[in-house]
Ligand binder design. Structure first.
Ligand SMILES: C[S@@+](CC[C@H](N)C(=O)[O-])C[C@H]1O[C@@H](n2cnc3c(N)ncnc32)[C@H](O)[C@@H]1O
Ligand code: SF4
Length: 357
């Protein structure tokens, strides 16, 4: 574990506390940048809840809110993770705002379904050095893709990812190109990894645990292909409140990603500084209880089925490190998809590393 107990806002507890890199400012801001979507993925919490409807008055994060967040985060070199209840690339200013965030010093990670990339967008993101371009692929065959990514085109996705890899390689760009897949039945996630990493040439595949967001959605975990817990919630604090902060399109801060309906109002970034919210009474209260082993006394946390899938070790930072360490990047052209090698021990190891982001 690389975190240390130097929390400004909570009593030290052995081995846990604010991560060193988050002692001033969150390491990552997860932005619900857009709520509308052009797909209906059956595993998606937003396809399985009323949340999108509740955001009809605020479908996209306003330009001014985004720029205020980026300006503050950029001073700390923090990560902006651009995602949301829908497809971020539907945001009318998506391209300009991501490029702006890079210009003011942020690290930028985009999570996208890959359906809306034209050549200019790829060029702009690679040139600006968008750090992580994550394509949610979820499958390696058109027939599976049609089910798990309902409404989207397999051919478009494949073409888009191949073009993005090719442009990044040709420009010798620094962007990492990642694929992700939810580990759900009947998808063979190892075959998905081989197809995209070895066949198409992305830098890494993130294997996502199947989450349900508990009472916030209609989802159940019957399709999960990997329900093994990462941590014991009776003993280990939830890491997310010690490293990251979630913000909806209105600028409301949620205590964590489990509060997907934004019921906890930890602050408003339009009128408060993110740093003040991060060190404010609200987060102090949550962290203190988790460090004292009393997280289950909080009704939100006791009802969270996803806490056990958080990890202090298997996380986004590990994905970033592994993607950066992949020698395939830039040096070799992608191999043709159908020439997929037989899996070996190295592939299995990569699979273990890919979890929990
Ligand atoms: C909600 S989507 C929004 C961004 C974009 N529309 C996309 O699909 O990438 C963000 C990420 O959540 C993942 N996701 C959706 N449902 C999930 C579930 N039940 N468990 C784990 N991850 C899930 C998606 O695969 C995607 O990578
Ligand atoms: S594309 Fe993304 S936001 Fe849209 S339904 Fe699928 S997972 Fe949800």
């Amino acid at each position: 574990m690389n975190e240390i107990a130097t929390s400004k806002s909570a009593a030290p507890a052995p081995g846990y506390g604010l991560r060193a890199e988050a002692s001033e400012f969150p390491m990552m801001l997860v932005l619900s940048f857009a709520y509308p979507c052009n797909a209906l993925c059956p595993h998606c919490p937003y396809t399985n809840s009323n949340i999108r409807r509740e955001y009809r008055d605020a479908p996209f994060m306003p330009d001014s809110t985004f720029r205020k967040i980026a300006d503050e985060a950029g001073r700390f070199g923090a990560y902006l993770r651009i995602s949301g209840g829908g497809e971020p690339m539907l945001h009318p200013q998506a391209r300009d705002l991501l490029v702006y965030a890079k210009q003011v010093g942020c690290k930028v990670g985009l999570i996208t379904n890959g359906s809306l990339f034209d050549d200019d967008t790829i060029e702009a993101f690679v040139t600006a050095g968008v750090d992580m371009i994550e394509f949610s692929v979820d499958a390696c065959k058109p027939e599976d893709y049609a089910v798990v990514r309902k409404g989207l085109s397999w051919d478009t996705l494949l073409d888009t990812v191949r073009r993005t890899v090719a442009v990044r390689n040709a420009r010798r760009g620094t962007s990492k190109i990642i694929a992700s897949a939810v580990n759900q039945n009947p998808i063979d996630i190892d075959a998905v990894e081989r197809f995209w990493v070895d066949g198409v040439g992305v830098d890494y595949l993130i294997k996502r645990k199947f989450l349900t967001w508990g009472a916030n959605t209609e989802l159940d975990d019957s399709r999960s292909a990997d329900p093994a817990a990462y941590l014991n919630t009776d003993e280990v604090p939830c890491p997310f409140i010690f490293e990251r902060l979630n913000i909806d399109s209105r600028g409301n801060v949620m205590v964590c990603g489990y509060d997907i309906s934004a019921n906890t109002r930890m602050g408003d970034v339009n009128v408060e500084s993110i740093q003040d919210i991060w060190h404010g009474e609200g987060f102090r209260w949550y962290r203190q209880r988790h460090l004292e082993g009393r997280g289950k006394e909080i009704s939100l946390c006791s009802g969270c089925p996803d806490w056990k899938y958080r990890s202090w070790d298997h996380n986004y930072w590990k994905v970033v490190r592994n993607a950066e360490g992949n020698p395939r990047r830039q040096d070799r052209p992608a191999r043709r998809a159908r020439r997929v090698p037989v899996p070996g021990p190295e592939l299995s190891l990569r699979a273990v590393r890919g979890r929990g982001a």
